[in-house]
Structures are given as C-alpha cells and as structure tokens.
Design a protein. Structure first.
Length: 321
C-alpha cells in the first residue's frame, strides 16, 4: 500500500522513533545522534510505495551512522537543498553543499554529520543500481554537483516527484522507480569519469563485498558462483574475473572458509557432543566422506584424528617447571 504523509519528530525520544519510522517506510537502518544540549527536531514528507520511496526532510543538526543490521537495506540518495552535510564511507569523505547530491550504502559503516539542513532523498534497491553501474560502490560518500548534465536532470526529476506524489498509482510509481535508477546511473557516470576511478579500486571493492557475502552465507549448501553473482548484482563472468590471479579460485575460497570453520568447531570443547557429520553439514558440506578427504588434504589429518588430538591437548596436565 502506498503511503504519503507528513510526520514530525521532536524531543528526547525523537531519534529512536525517527529511526524506526525510516526502517518501516523506506527499509533503511539509521542510528541518529544529537549534539549534547541540542534538541532533536525534524519534519518529514514521506512517500512509500512498492518500489518508489522518497522523502523531503528538514533536520536540526545531527549525526547519522549505520545500525549495522544484517537485514537488507535500500541505498540512500540525497539531494542537498539547504545546509551542508559531511559524509564518510569506505575511506572517502566529502562536504556536500546545497545543489549537490550524495549516495550512501547503509548496510556498511558510514557517517553523516550536518548543520540545519533540508533535503530531498530517494531510497533505491541496491541491486538495480549495481546492475546498471557496477562501480556505484566506489562512488558512495562522494559529492556530485547537480548544476549540469544528467545530474541536473536527475535533481529535477526528484524535485518534481513531490508535486505529483498524491496522484500516483502503484504501477506508475513502479515505472518511475526504474526510471530514477537509470537516470541516477547516468548522473553518476560523469562523476566516475571525472574521478577516473581505477579499475583495480573497483575490483577491490567488489572483492571485499563478495568475501563479506561468503562469510555471511557459508552455511548455505546451495551457494555457488551463480547465486553469489546474483546476490551481488554482478555477472558470473565478472565475478570469476575479479578473483582471477588472486590465488585460490572463487569456489575453492568457499571450501577453504568452510574447512576453517569446521576445524574451529572440532577443536571446541563446547561442541564435543556434536558429531563430525553434524559439523560438516552445519557448514554447508553435503558429503561427509568428501569433507573428510578435503579436511585431511588441507590439515594433514582426518577430522576424527584432529578432534582426538585437540581433546588430548586439553586433557594433558600442565608441565612441571
């Protein structure tokens, strides 16, 4: 159901209530902090549809950071209309002034510090933008001027949404959400060319994202290159390419990470009652015999022998001096 409403938040519980509303309306997780002795105050005009979600926000000075939740989150695209925001993510920092915009991925650490501001913000599905522009991750926390070209067109597009929000039906709104993503991709291309973002830097960002995804999904026995690429918004060919020449192939990295976790569990006294098969299945292995062969090849002994050795090391009395 589409929601268009005006909301005010003020006073001591305001930041917490505001954060809850932002997740409910826009699927973004933000932690809001106020300067000491300052009163929290914001007014929000919010539109929340199936795909299209945007808001106009007038804010007192505040500090915003990631909640670091595991749940999915949309990307934040903000057009600065009044005031200045200082944004940071992935080692990049920018001062964003009125007439500029910036992009933030709330699922990764970031910070936004502002004075009194007024903004128009869009909340986009990340996979859509990544498919259109794989290097988008390398442009977060970057000030993008909106005075000319595709960036100016995108800014006007966003501003015009507020004039027609009450009259949109859901199908129209879905099409506009797709158009916004395409227009934003065009706007960011100019900034990417200006910065001459090095391919090695973009590949490094993607490798980092993929490794984080692998660690979070090791227990999924269906994890393969196709599933990983789809989750990252990348092609399978490009996924293999960014790991080429870095040592182990992609899926061998998955096996190595799983074997490391199994080794850790086999050495744990707290998990002595759990069978070797249970541990192997828990970490995504489908064949215990294959797991045992791989474990022995990696660590020089079978899982059973390793567990016995680990238990024996714990039971040995301390050496006398």
């Amino acid at each position: 159901m589409t929601i268009y409403q005006n909301i005010s938040f003020e006073g001591a519980p305001g930041p917490e209530v505001f954060s809850d509303a932002m997740h409910r309306l826009f699927a973004v997780d933000l932690a809001i902090e106020q300067p000491e002795a300052a009163s929290f105050k914001t007014q929000v005009s919010a539109y929340s549809g199936r795909k299209l979600r945007f808001a106009a926000l007038r804010f007192s000075p505040h500090f915003t950071r990631s909640q670091q939740f595991v749940r999915p989150t949309r990307w934040l695209v903000t057009l600065q209309r009044e005031g200045t925001a200082f944004v940071t993510q992935d080692g990049r920092s920018s001062a964003v002034h009125a007439g500029d915009m910036f992009l933030i991925d709330p699922s990764r650490p970031f910070s936004i510090r502002t004075d009194h501001i007024y903004t128009h913000s869009i909340y986009l599905e990340p996979d859509t933008l990544r498919r259109l522009m794989p290097e988008a991750d390398s442009l977060t926390a970057t000030a993008v001027p909106c005075q000319a070209g595709a960036a100016r067109l995108f800014a006007r597009f966003v501003d015009d949404l507020f004039g027609c929000a009450n009259g949109l039906d859901e199908q129209e709104a879905d099409h506009l959400a797709d158009a916004l993503a395409h227009t934003l991709g065009a706007a960011l291309q100019a900034t990417a060319r200006t910065q001459e973002a090095a391919p090695s830097r973009i590949r490094a960002v993607h490798r980092q994202r993929v490794m984080e995804h692998l660690r979070d999904n090791l227990r999924d026995s269906t994890l393969d290159a196709g599933a990983i690429a789809a989750s990252m918004g990348l092609s399978t060919r490009y996924l293999y390419d960014i790991f080429a020449g870095d040592g182990d192939p992609l899926m061998k990295r998955v096996w190595s990470l799983r074997l490391d976790q199994c080794r850790q569990d086999l050495a744990s006294q707290a998990l002595r009652s759990r069978s070797i098969g249970e541990i192997a299945y828990y970490w995504g292995f489908n064949d215990v015999a294959h797991f045992s062969r791989s474990f022995k090849q990696r660590f020089g002994m079978s899982p059973r022998d390793f567990r016995r050795q680990a238990e024996g090391a714990v039971l040995l009395p301390p050496a006398r001096s």
